[in-house]
Design a protein around this ligand. Structure first.
Ligand code: AMP
Length: 291
């Protein structure tokens, strides 16, 4: 699975060729890692790629803006796409292959089969983006079939997505390990996201309230506050204190689940979704009462 001469990974667009290359690599005894992305790569994505190249002998990065996970009125058409730039960013990471299929190949007109997701996909993102996780689970399963890797790498930034994918892997007996990697942030705390490019300078400043409110919650828990409702109130107050942030949800759930907690007496995930102008951002952190 050699990278091309200029250090950029080789690009494959045909699913059958992709699968053949991965199968050949695995038959030769190599451990193959998969990093699914929608492109517009940033250091968050590259951290997943580095985790894959560290833990595997060959790494495949998929770049596909998956239409079925976008709802009507969402940013499918405007989602940033720049394969050339992505390949430049991947060159120093040691990624071997990029799988960049066409939408018409992934979803030909006769395509009609989707993964039916369960209760893990219902609250939080699922409640605000109907059909989103059905689209995510379907594309992830399709990518697992086309890139039959040993391990797939996902970011904790999309907390609920990692749970939906882990559930699907267990429920459908998929033969792949799921690795979840930490959130990568800008120096000022903003979680990296392909959608950050949409933010105006003023919105970029407003968006900082999201990571700041996560830090506020961490300080509260470190100081002994165990009340989920109180922490939620403080987080919401901070999010709305400077203006420009429209909160979609603030949720405190038991880590590894989407089940709300009332007392933070176990590891708890604080998950936030908010709109800053027209841009929808998500972020989360784990609150550990013993820390
Ligand atoms: P996306 O291209 O937004 O679909 O993201 C592809 C993968 O990168 C997902 O597993 C995301 O969770 C992960 N990811 C996105 N942003 C970050 C970040 N800031 N830190 C770590 N992983 C991230």
């Amino acid at each position: 699975m050699p990278a091309s001469a200029n250090g950029r990974p080789r690009v494959i667009t045909d699913p059958l060729e992709m699968r053949a290359v991965v199968n050949e690599s695995r038959s030769a005894g190599r451990r193959v890692g998969l990093v699914p992305t929608m492109g517009a790569l940033h250091q968050g994505h590259l951290s997943l790629v580095r985790a894959a190249t560290d833990q595997c002998d060959a790494t495949v990065v998929t770049i596909f803006v998956n239409p079925t996970q976008f709802g009507p009125g969402e940013d499918l058409a405007s989602y940033p796409r720049d394969l050339d730039r992505d390949l430049d960013l991947l060159a120093p990471t040691g990624a071997d292959l990029v799988f960049a299929p066409q939408a018409g190949v992934m979803y030909p007109p006769e395509h009609e089969t989707y993964v039916e997701v369960g209760p893990t996909a219902e609250p939080l993102e699922g409640a605000h983006r109907p059909g989103h996780f059905r689209g995510v689970a379907t594309i992830v399963l399709k990518l697992f079939q086309m890139v039959p890797a040993d391990a797939a790498f996902f970011g904790r930034k999309d907390y609920q997505q990692t749970l939906v994918v882990e559930r699907m892997v267990a429920d459908l007996n998929l033969d792949i390990e799921i690795r979840v990697c930490p959130i990568v942030r800008e120096p000022d705390g903003l979680a990296m996201s392909s959608r950050n490019v949409y933010l105006s300078p003023a919105e970029r400043t407003s968006a900082l309230a999201i990571s700041q409110s996560l830090q506020l919650a961490e300080r509260e828990v470190a100081a002994g506050n165990r009340g989920a409702a109180d922490i939620e109130r403080r987080v919401r107050r901070h999010l709305t204190s400077t203006g420009g942030v429209d909160v979609e949800y603030v949720a405190l759930v038991a880590a590894g689940t989407v089940t709300p907690v009332s007392t933070i007496d176990q590891p708890t995930v604080l998950a936030i979704a908010a709109r800053v102008g027209a841009t929808r951002l998500i972020d989360n952190c784990e609150l550990r009462p013993e820390a």
